[in-house]
Design a protein around this ligand. Structure first.
Ligand code: G1P
Length: 317
């Protein structure tokens, strides 16, 4: 009996270990092909993802979050006019040498922390703007047979534990496909993918359907999809059956919803943290203020300025 018990224990350990291995998420796709028309004229020559929150480009926040979650391979789905992004991830030997010789070690360290390992970054071009689903599908060949993450850099999430890391940890327990989710007002639901909820257990929401940009008043819940995903290669295979969806585009939401139809698990994860919609001007400004106030080197001066602005505005009313 003792022998049998230990064999069973070993088998259980191996199965758990096997599951962990299968659930290792080491690749992330960053869809960055969008034209960023909402930020024209800035985006005429600067990719939206290079626009800065305080002094870091949007894309750097996404990279830092991915790294914290254990991502090792970074796949950017880009488009014409986005070469500044590729340059951003290249090393800058001249700049590094100049900073080194002038003894600006703190700046040198900041610069070096943005360097990516050789071979860790891949670029795919999306030749036609056919939607988010299509952008993700462009990276299919680089994904192979492993689960992978998708990060939309427009959704910036300030959190003690980075959002993707929270999800990767939850995913070790759940498997399936997982999307970040948060509550939005009914008036805003039609700007998002929205979850149809089966049941909830703490932060984990079991999903029985997903609708991309439901017309006003038809959303199945107030839980919206936010731009962090952990997906299986099967989701990419679903695109073979998924046609064009909301807005005439190939939607990622539809390929994930097809998992539910096929009887496989899909989960929402109610992350802890504050999300900023940096795809909109108001959201970008809110993030700028919040991130500046969180910076020890700027906080006091900036807070004093905001207080002054506020009192000037009140006095004028
Ligand atoms: C995309 C997704 C949508 C999701 C949103 C989150 O929409 O298609 O499901 O809710 O990101 O930001 P987009 O903002 O690109 O229209």
């Amino acid at each position: 009996i003792a022998l049998l018990t230990s064999i069973m224990q070993i088998t259980r350990n191996l199965t758990t270990e096997g599951l962990r291995m299968n659930r290792k998420v080491s690749k992330a796709i960053f869809p960055v092909a969008g034209l960023g028309t909402r930020f024209l004229p800035a985006t005429k020559s600067v990719p939206k993802e290079i626009m800065t929150l305080v002094d870091r480009p949007l894309i750097q926040y996404a990279i830092d979050e991915a790294r914290a979650a254990g991502i090792e391979d970074f796949i950017f789905v880009t488009a014409r006019g986005k070469s500044a992004l590729e340059d951003y991830f290249d090393v800058s030997p001249d700049l590094e040498a100049a900073l080194e010789s002038s003894g600006k070690n703190d700046l040198l360290e900041i610069l070096r922390s943005t360097n990516m390992e050789s071979g860790a970054v891949a670029y795919m071009r999306q030749h036609k703007a056919l939607g988010l689903g299509h952008a993700v599908l462009c990276a299919r060949k680089l994904i192979g047979d492993e689960p992978f993450a998708v990060i939309l850099p427009d959704d910036v999430i300030a959190a003690e534990k980075p959002c993707l890391q929270q999800m990767v940890e939850a995913y070790q327990e759940t498997g399936g496909a997982m999307v970040a989710t948060m509550e939005v007002s009914p008036a805003k639901a039609s700007s998002y993918g929205v979850l149809d909820i089966r049941s909830q257990n703490g932060p984990i929401v079991s999903v029985k359907g997903m609708v991309e940009k439901p017309p006003l008043g038809t959303a199945p819940s107030n839980l919206a999809v936010i731009g962090r995903y952990i997906l299986t290669p099967q989701v990419l295979a679903n695109f073979d059956q998924v046609g064009r969806g909301a807005g005439g585009e190939i939607q990622l939401t539809d390929a994930i919803a097809a998992e539910v139809t096929a009887g496989r698990d899909v989960f929402g994860y109610r992350f802890e943290g504050q999300r900023y919609d940096c795809g909109s001007k108001a959201g970008f400004l809110q993030a700028t203020v919040a991130f500046a106030l969180a910076r020890p080197d700027l906080r006091d001066e900036f807070a004093a300025f905001l207080t002054e602005m506020h009192s000037v505005k009140q006095a004028a009313q």
